[in-house]
Design a protein around this ligand. Structure first.
Ligand SMILES: [Zn+2]
Length: 310
């Protein structure tokens, strides 16, 4: 298995509101230097959002900064991107982004993508349903690229392989399941339907990064991806935690980041807090009990960490 180095910085606990208990797991660069050739810099954006940087290129996955509050979602009130929160988050992002890659159509993955496409000149990669929703919400069609499992896209230095995935159930059903219906811009959270969930293998600078947003034990990552340098596995709900050990064993990652673990109904400015349905202590116990491969890490909002080859 390829060896990678990482810098693990333990800073005063006050910097890790919500992560204090796990500060020994938090990975972050000591110096803010740009990634050198052969390195990939990973910045966690909250929810299941990431910025990957290689050289002068940047790629976003599931960027979501509006973080609509819980009552607005469950009461079915209109939702729209929060321009102030997006502008604030963009101070941490590259000015120009090659592509935004989304795992499915829910608001916490797709709502902000159309606006971010305009601001960063990025193209959008997602399922047919996700692309349809984004276009209805104003995404420029010429830069929208619908994909299905098995597709491969080469964009700048990035090789993006599209993989089959599933979505966690919440109380026995996938929330806001199905494909886009009707016409016109999606208005409520329920209009941003899941569509076809996808996972991705992103290859750049010799590194292999697997990312999904969760899933069920019925569908594990493909067996032919191993080993990967970094596995980003959504763990927001019980289904994805139930398949976590099997997914890690299959991917044999150098590092594993349990993602979608924060309370995404709170603004990023409120600091990190684990999601109310995220049993992170239980996940960690299982990780140690099962002696899973790789290093389990946590990342803090907007604190870059460089994955580099030895
Ligand atoms: Zn979802």
């Amino acid at each position: 298995m390829r060896h990678v180095l990482f810098c693990l910085l333990i800073t005063p606990q006050t910097l890790y509101a919500g992560l204090e208990r796990y500060s020994h797991l938090v990975a972050a660069d000591i110096s803010p230097a740009a990634p050198a050739h052969g390195e990939v810099r990973v910045t966690y954006l909250g929810t299941n959002g990431f910025q990957f940087e290689s050289g002068r290129h940047a790629l976003l996955v599931d960027p979501y900064f509006s973080r609509i509050n819980f009552s607005r979602v469950v009461l079915g009130l209109p939702v729209q991107p929060d321009l102030h929160r997006i502008d604030e988050a963009m101070t941490h992002l590259a000015r120009k982004v090659d592509a935004i890659v989304v795992t499915h159509g829910h608001i916490d993955h797709l709502l902000d993508a159309p606006l971010l496409m305009r601001k960063t000149e990025a193209r959008l990669i997602g399922s047919r349903t996700a692309i349809e929703l984004a276009e209805r919400a104003g995404a420029p069609g010429s830069r929208c690229d619908p994909v299905t499992a098995g597709d491969v896209r080469h964009i700048g230095p990035w090789k993006i392989r599209v993989l089959t995935a599933t979505h966690d159930r919440l109380f026995w059903v996938v929330p806001f399941a199905g494909e886009a219906r009707g016409a016109g811009p999606p208005r409520r959270a329920a209009d941003w339907v899941c569509g076809e969930p996808l996972a991705y293998l992103i290859e750049v600078a010799g590194e292999r990064i697997f990312i999904d947003s969760g899933g069920t034990p019925a569908v594990l990552p493909p067996a032919d991806l191993t080993p990967v340098d970094l596995a980003i596995l959504g763990v927001a709900l019980p289904d994805s935690r139930a398949r976590f050990s099997a997914a890690v064993r299959r991917l044999r990652p150098g590092y594993v980041f349990p993602s979608h673990q924060d309370n995404f109904f709170r603004p990023l400015s409120a600091g990190f807090e684990f999601g109310p349905l995220t049993d992170f202590p239980g996940l960690l116990r299982n990780y140690e009990r099962d002696a899973l491969p790789g290093h389990l890490i946590l990342l803090d909002y907007f604190r870059p960490w460089t994955l580099r080859r030895e």
